[in-house]
Design a binder for this molecule. Sequence first.
Ligand code: ZN
Length: 86
Amino acid sequence: MDTLYLILFLLILLMGSVTTYIYYLKEKKSELAAIKRGFCPKCHFKSIELSDQRSAGCCGPKMVTFVCKECGYTNTFSMHDSDCTI
Ligand SMILES: [Zn+2]
């Protein structure tokens, strides 16, 4: 009986973390969508600026950091570029 409770507990824990992760990805995606339109997802001003851009290699994912001049919002996104320009 104890093992059953343990498995149930672990299952709930796993489901909880998966839900949090999916929610986090969804949130990140909607934030990126706002940023791509030039809006800050926090204060909704058109004051988003690209502050940093790093890429691991030619075809690797790019780490792009956006900063809002209005409220100080900062977020880093990893982007996959389909075209490879050196
Ligand atoms: Zn802002």
